[in-house]
Design a protein around this ligand. Structure first.
Ligand code: SF4
Ligand code: SF4
Length: 295
């Protein structure tokens, strides 16, 4: 099962794109000849909400889940941290696959729910919101395409519980699209930004520790009710993580900052402006234009 859930343009072949009302003919069920074939060769990127659902189901902390079931990688060349499912031992199969099918079926990730449909999320530089289209992935091993069950892509998404999954991954997808559409001018994010992105996207228990920390409270003003919610609710913390990243990565003030943090930020901006002015003065100085002392 190849994950094309949000980024099919990794392939040089641009797939045919459809709206949600496109009809497909597809069925997957226990007993179909190819049962489990898609879970034997996986390449599945996890969304933040996928991780929350799975770590809750398995009763693990996010960092234990990440260590045991995932591998980190860089999404394209944008310096965006992402995580994939780790496969079982030396094989290419999913660790959750059993003879009976998926052992985490109710909490299976977005990519598994979508397959054989792929979500294509796009955002243009001049647009604030993303737009979604879909593609249909036809792999030889998947016999579900031969079944005579017609339904639209939107009906298929609803059947697979994808409306909630997509809604809850929206903030994270928008951050990625924004980074991609900002192009090379913004450059590769610093190590610190990449670490913050990883923590606030995928590692909710560590992010919660960060929200509890003195450094966080010295920087951000959040009311008691929200603070309490963030301490108790992984999904709310995940949504807050997207707001936090919008602020630290793109400078959009989505969370009010303290006076202390604002003064420090203004001082950093003044310092950066001074450094830039000094460097332009150095560049403007051209020794060849100076008179040469020949005496
Ligand atoms: S999580 Fe379940 S559906 Fe997804 S690849 Fe693994 S076994 Fe298959
Ligand atoms: S029909 Fe396709 S999705 Fe269903 S088990 Fe077979 S290969 Fe997997």
């Amino acid at each position: 099962m190849v994950d094309n859930s949000s980024s099919p343009f990794q392939s040089p072949v641009v797939p045919e794109m459809y709206d949600g009302d496109k009809k497909i003919s597809f069925a997957c069920y226990k007993g179909i000849q190819c049962f489990n074939a898609c879970c034997k060769s996986i390449d599945i990127t996890l969304t933040p909400y996928d991780i929350v659902r799975l770590k809750q189901r398995l009763g693990m902390t996010s960092w234990d889940f990440l260590r045991e079931y995932t591998v980190p990688y860089e999404l394209e060349k944008d310096g965006i941290a992402a995580v994939k499912f780790k496969t079982r031992g030396e094989t290419t199969e999913c660790q959750f696959m059993t003879e009976e099918g998926c052992s985490v079926y109710e909490d299976r990730p977005t990519a598994c729910r979508y397959y054989p449909v792929a979500l294509i999320a796009m955002r243009r530089q001049d647009e604030y919101t993303d737009t979604n289209s879909f593609a249909v992935v036809k792999e030889e091993h998947c016999l579900g395409h031969r079944e005579e069950r017609e339904l639209t892509i939107d009906e298929y998404r609803a059947e697979q519980g994808l409306e909630d999954y997509d809604e809850l991954a929206r903030g994270w997808r928008q951050l990625i699209l924004k980074k991609k559409s900002s192009g090379p001018a913004i450059g590769k994010p610093s190590l610190r930004s990449r670490q913050l992105f990883f923590m606030a996207s995928y590692d909710m228990d560590r992010f919660r520790e960060f929200v509890r920390s003195e450094g966080f409270h010295r920087s951000f003003k959040i009311d008691d009710e929200l603070y309490q919610t963030l301490l108790e609710d992984d999904v709310e913390l995940m949504k807050f993580g997207s707001r936090f990243l919008q602020q630290v990565l793109f400078g959009e003030e989505t969370i009010p900052v303290t006076e202390e943090a604002r003064e420090a930020l203004e001082e950093r901006e003044r310092q950066a402006a001074r450094e830039q002015a000094e460097s332009s003065e150095e560049k403007a100085y051209d020794p060849a234009s100076e008179p040469v002392d020949i005496a």
